[in-house]
Write a protein that binds this ligand. Sequence first.
Ligand SMILES: [Zn+2]
Ligand SMILES: [Zn+2]
Length: 233
Amino acid sequence: MLEYFLEGFTMFAVMTILIMLSRTVIRKVPVLAESRRFNLEEDRKRMEKSKYPPIIKQNQLIGLLMFPTLILFVTPYFTSFEALPWWRYITDILAVYLVYDFMYYLVHRFLFHGNKFFKRIHGLHHQARNPSHIDAQYVHPLETFMGLAMLWIAVIAVGFLIPGDFHVASMIVCFLVYSQINILNHADVQIQGFPYSIATWISRKHHNHHIDMSHGNYATIILFYDWMFGTFE
Ligand SMILES: [Zn+2]
Ligand SMILES: [Zn+2]
């Protein structure tokens, strides 16, 4: 029981520290600081519109209820501190993303872009034609709930399927990349030159999806399914 709480607490604490550290790095590196300033300015303009603050607040509430609960109380059922062969760290993370992105791809493409009721729900997020940082949270609360529920399902399903447990470190990386890619997808990043061009590419491919509701790139984390099903742009 103690190990269960210790694992959950470790994942949550390390993630919080790493996110705080990355924010310090962003402030210290001039090109990143400039990109951050640009996005914060765009965010400020959006938050002046009366429609933004209530939606952002509702999403933060759902996020705060569902994400820490997953990390602190659900994931520890499937984790341990025991060392694994090196490849298991990679395949475990990939397995969670492949299961999550498969569900997300199908729901995004055929429900959010194909069903009349859900298209209206998802249309709120698509109001942002050229998203900035804050638009990651300008999402209908039902959509936020469904997105996080799919992450819960992916972690639980893969947790049951793999032999033994995930390593705590794998899940720290898995959740960190998940949360940061969701933000980076919407941040307006236009920095040239390696390694920043990776962030620019991630941002651009989701901005392509936002041009209007007829564009591809439906998956969130990896674009494997878009490539496989011919919707990669
Ligand atoms: Zn969409
Ligand atoms: Zn989006």
